[in-house]
Unconditional design. Sequence first.
Length: 364
Amino acid sequence: MTKKQKPKILLLSHDCDLVLYQTFKVLNDSDKAEVTIAAPDEAVLPVDSMKRVAMPIIRSKFTFKAILELRRIIKALHPDIIFAVSTSALSTAIQATRCLRHAPAIVGYRGTQAHVHPFDPTYRMALLNKRVTHIVCETDDIRQYLAEYIPSERLSGRPKPFMRQWVQNAMAHPVTIGNDNDQIKIIYIGVTKGRPHKGLAVLLKASEILADEGLKISLTVVGEAGADDIQSARKDIVTFTGNRPDAMHYLPGADVFALPSLRDASPRVIREAQACGIPCVVSDIPGARDLIITGDDPSGILVPPGDAQSMAQAIKDIALNPETHTRMSVAALRNIDDNYAMADYVEYFDTLFHKIAEKSRRQY
């Protein structure tokens, strides 16, 4: 493929987040690819300079109307690659390209640590289908896990980028948490209602341990929480805000961000906290542990999942030691700058898409 033959990408926008939109916008605007977004008319998207075509909502792995319309779009646009974020979008792309003479390559995305069930036929309709050319994995843990079921040459891992300017508004307009005389201000952000694997009960217990030691504690939980957690929490040390559109604005006022999950994917909020210079105490689980720096110059501390005592000790070690807190804060900012640059993410996709498009075109 010559330099003038930039890849034509059809982005199925179902479940696509703002970071991926921004990545594809850069690819399109820098003339590295020609990107078209396929999305329902009612979807509000930051398409800007990218072309857009309408298609029905993808409600399942076999939404007949969406399959038919996507097939029509493919015949009209002749994309080199379809990029599908969700498994439903991936299945739709596979069905829509069936028996096409010049079918585009299909690239999937995997951002969850959820288990694969190889004997479940629905997985053969999407993730494990041999017609999927490549799968981009958000973490290396996910890539290694999928390699048990998918040839490794069809997998690559790349964490999503994050830029400090994305938290500028939050830093300029922070929400006050706790009281001025609190020794330790802890922040948690995330929806935990109906999600015991998020481990909020562990963090509530850790905050009690610290309070029982005589420390002045304030734990702010931003996001919808379950009734059991709200009722069991100590009202004198825990504040529940519910869901907040300005959730990120709660970060700058905290001493420590805590992520007590028992399992998780690649939580964006860890990157948000570090971009605000907040040291993190994070469960040592796949996906989450890759996001902080450990070792000689750490940006946070990893603790065993489900261990409230270890979490309490880690929070105390950071918050009560100003030198440690400052050093971790600097390391957190450096981690974002050095390891989550948008330019590197764009270059990764640029290289991947050119390679796949070139191979696909040689077949016809």
